[in-house]
Design a protein around this ligand. Structure first.
Ligand SMILES: [Zn+2]
Length: 104
């Protein structure tokens, strides 16, 4: 009992805190994660104000209004690889990609 209490209320002296600070730059490691294209390897950047988004994924499972679960298979593609590699390949297979304009 005493050992348990001693563990939970472990003293947090000044030396202990400075020790943790110097050993844990954890906040700096959780910065933005780079996403790279799975085909060309280039970083997929999105500049502020750009509308540039590629989604290639297949989601399966069970979905009901109160919940669901399943699996999603996806690849990260840059816009150029989507336009110059995936779309031409799909067209070779006979697919006709749809293009629509958007605004809001
Ligand atoms: Zn690419």
């Amino acid at each position: 009992m005493n050992e348990l209490l001693g563990f939970i209320t472990r003293p947090t002296g000044q030396t202990d805190e400075t020790h943790e600070d110097s050993n844990r730059p954890a906040r700096e490691e959780t910065v933005t994660e780079k996403v790279t294209c799975d085909l060309c390897g280039n970083e997929i950047k999105k500049e502020r104000g750009d509308a540039e988004e590629v989604q290639v994924s297949h989601r399966t499972g069970s979905a009901f209004p109160d919940g669901g679960m399943g699996e999603e298979v996806s690849v990260d593609l840059c816009g150029e690889c989507f336009d110059t590699k995936l779309i031409p390949w799909l067209q070779e297979q006979g697919a006709v990609p749809a293009t629509r304009e958007w605004d809001y």
